[in-house]
Design a protein. Structure first.
Ligand code: ZN
Length: 404
């Protein structure tokens, strides 16, 4: 017992990244740059070669009504983009992960998932991709405002249905099978003010050897999901520590905060797009073969603008995400007071996911959704406000103090 207490108080050292982890980190950065350039280059090619206009004319000849012509254009455009990106996606999502021994996926599962993702993208485009062009046509001055107003309920709806309808297309989700663990989780959930039955496990071991857990959904579909790889890799104390972090996202309302931030950024992006479209000289429209901005042949231009603005906004979005992750870490520590388990869970994440515990500044700015694992372990080692007897930051969300 005395040994347990001593162990629980001991700081956890952050090991330096292995050579393999550093190789994974550096090659991942190169790959990220290649994908970012491709995300700008591919729509630009569709636009500048006039191919998008030719595709539109073909779709108009095939589909008699405007929507059917749009639908044909969208399926052809998204399908061609999929084929162009397929070699890079295959390397990134299959070959590379196997070469670093991070994947359990068969080629069949990878390809099946890849086709399903394309199917989901096609369905979303068919359901809503036509709306910007109709809004531009009907309200050339205010389309950006109406589209922004539509974005908010649409993103809530997507979040509501995604864990129930889309995620299960790729993996099997079920309530936690370990009933002893589930009982402990329900007790912890009650202390954090979260109703029971919201914790699931997913068979990610068919895809990956990496370890993770996350919070997803909105209102009725809000849930905490453990990858089965995490259930096998982490001991009970570490699982509860990870759960404490996820409960932090849940209890502190991080999903709603993220929707609010992305809504603000979408408004800015749409307004910027509106201003830019108004300033593009007419000769470019003629060169692209686009009749007006309400012509769906302008879709690659919208994709180009969205991908460009996503790069510009990434540092702000990621900084906010890192802030939320830090607050979720704080919540987990205040809920459980098990700093050692929280730190060793992060250590296992570092080792199993080949993470770099101290990445560079540019990586942090443009790619890091979480604080560096090294910083998170350092925080676990030092954050114990309850020892001084003072109030803790998340007190109002936590119903009972941990039993010492
Ligand atoms: Zn988190």
């Amino acid at each position: 017992m005395f040994q347990d207490v001593t162990r629980a108080m001991a700081p956890v050292a952050v090991p330096v990244a292995s050579k393999k982890a550093l190789r994974f980190y550096r090659s991942g950065n190169v790959l990220w740059c290649v994908r970012a350039v491709a995300g700008l280059l591919i729509p630009a090619l569709f636009l500048f070669t006039g191919f998008s206009a030719r595709l539109r004319s073909w779709a108009e000849r095939m589909g008699s009504k405007w929507y059917f012509a749009f639908a044909l254009y969208w399926v052809a455009f998204a399908g061609l983009c999929y084929l162009i990106e397929l070699p890079l996606d295959y390397y990134r999502g299959f070959v590379r992960l196997h070469s670093y021994d991070l994947s359990n996926q068969t080629f069949g599962k990878w390809f099946g998932d890849s086709l399903k993702s394309l199917g989901v993208l096609l369905a979303i485009g068919l359901a809503g991709g036509w709306i910007p062009f109709q809004l531009i046509k009907r309200s050339p001055r205010r389309w950006w405002l109406y589209l922004g107003l539509l974005y908010v309920p649409c993103s809530c709806m997507m979040l509501l249905i995604w864990p129930v309808m889309i995620d299960p297309l790729f993996n099997k989700f079920q309530p936690l099978q370990d009933k002893v663990l589930e009982a402990k989780i329900l007790t912890l959930a009650a202390r954090a003010g979260i109703e029971g039955g919201r914790v699931y496990e997913v068979n990610k071991s068919v895809d990956t050897k990496t370890v993770n857990a996350y919070v997803t959904g909105f209102m009725g579909s809000k849930r905490i999901v453990f990858w089965d790889t995490a259930l096998r890799t982490l001991d009970e104390g570490e699982l509860l520590a990870v759960l404490g972090h996820e409960m932090g996202h849940y209890a502190l309302g991080h999903i709603v905060q993220s929707i609010a931030l992305s809504s603000v950024l979408i408004f800015v992006a749409l307004y910027a797009s509106h201003r830019w479209l108004g300033r593009i000289p007419g000769r470019y429209q003629r060169r692209f073969g686009i009749r007006a901005w309400s012509d769906f042949a302008a879709l690659p231009l919208l994709v180009l603008i969205v991908n460009f603005l996503a790069l510009i906004f990434a540092p702000a979005e990621l900084a906010f995400s890192r802030h939320q992750e830090h607050e979720a870490d704080r919540f987990g520590l205040e809920l459980l007071h098990n700093n050692h388990a929280a730190a060793t869970a992060l250590l296992k994440l570092q080792q199993h996911n080949l993470s770099n515990p101290r990445p560079g500044r540019i990586y942090t700015l443009w790619r890091a959704s979480h604080p560096a694992i090294g910083e998170r372990i350092d925080f676990c080692n030092r954050y114990r406000p309850w020892e001084a007897g003072g109030p803790a930051r998340c007190d109002e969300y936590i119903r009972q103090r941990p039993v010492p």
